[in-house]
Design a protein around this ligand. Structure first.
Ligand code: 13P
Length: 251
């Protein structure tokens, strides 16, 4: 399995800014990426094409969408489809990111519909899960992750390949706060995720990549990558600067 080093640019960067960061990143990573690692940049929809034109010609570099709507086309104002993402060069997409769940109000059922639809329509899907601080304090981490995985994976195609499905564990309290989860917390949570995947998808569970996200920085990425069941990272703030993200990628 290839480790996946992913950058979620969220709602940052205009077209010009995204193009400039992508070009800088291409210069920093070209010819340096270890064979066992791939890199994914997830810009806003508006700069997907600009970023994919610069990065996808380079071996091991991919772009993805932050979200999509689970329909091929139709009267869904403001939404975009998996085919539209693919048309701009994206082969990956996120579902269920914490900010979509907790700021935009997406529930487990919609996240499940999106995950299934994306996989059915040729995208590699990164299903994001993670507990809120009050759920952690109440000792409910395993239960919350299990619920999000069950709902998120409920309707995925039976023939789903391990390489097309990724799970990102992003504890809500660690996102954008500078408060990275500790090694024990990460390892324990990733262990819960692996165990639940083994129940739900026994044939492919051990080959599904599990990413950690939440305040990943150049100075903690190497230690996080070394933990059991950590097969990559999903980086927000520290991915906005090419030099800092390239250090994480090469950590
Ligand atoms: P930060 O790296 O800014 O904490 O964001 C993590 C995240 O939400 C990535 O999807």
């Amino acid at each position: 399995m290839k480790e996946l080093m992913a950058a979620n640019w969220k709602m940052y960067k205009t077209w010009d800014q995204a193009s400039a960061t992508a070009s800088e990143l291409a210069g920093l990573l070209h010819g340096k990426l270890p064979a066992g690692r791939e890199v994914l940049i997830i810009p806003p929809f508006t700069s997907l094409k600009a970023v994919s034109d610069v990065l996808t010609p380079i071996e091991g570099l991919h772009v993805g969408g932050q979200d999509f709507y689970p329909a091929q086309e139709g009267a869904f104002t403001g939404e975009i489809s998996p085919a539209m993402l693919a048309d701009l060069g994206a082969d990956y997409a996120l579902t269920g990111h914490s900010e979509r769940r907790h700021v935009l109000g997406e529930d487990d059922a919609l996240v499940g519909r999106k995950t299934a639809f994306g996989l059915e329509h040729g995208l590699k899907v990164i299903l994001c899960i993670g507990e809120k601080v009050e759920e952690r304090k109440a000792g409910r981490v395993e239960e919350v992750l299990a619920r999000q995985l069950e709902a998120g994976l409920a309707d995925i195609p039976k023939k789903t390949l391990a390489e097309n499905l990724v799970v990102a564990y992003e504890p809500v309290w660690a996102i954008g706060t500078g408060e990275v989860a500790g090694p024990d917390e990460i390892q324990t949570a990733h262990g819960h995720v692996r165990k639940k995947l083994q129940q739900l998808l026994p044939a492919i569970a051990n080959e599904i990549r599990i990413l950690y996200g939440g305040s990943v920085k150049p100075d903690n990425a190497g230690a996080i990558m070394a933990l059991d069941n950590v097969d990559g990272v999903l980086v927000g703030g520290a991915s906005l600067i090419a030099e800092s993200f390239s250090k994480i990628v090469l950590a």
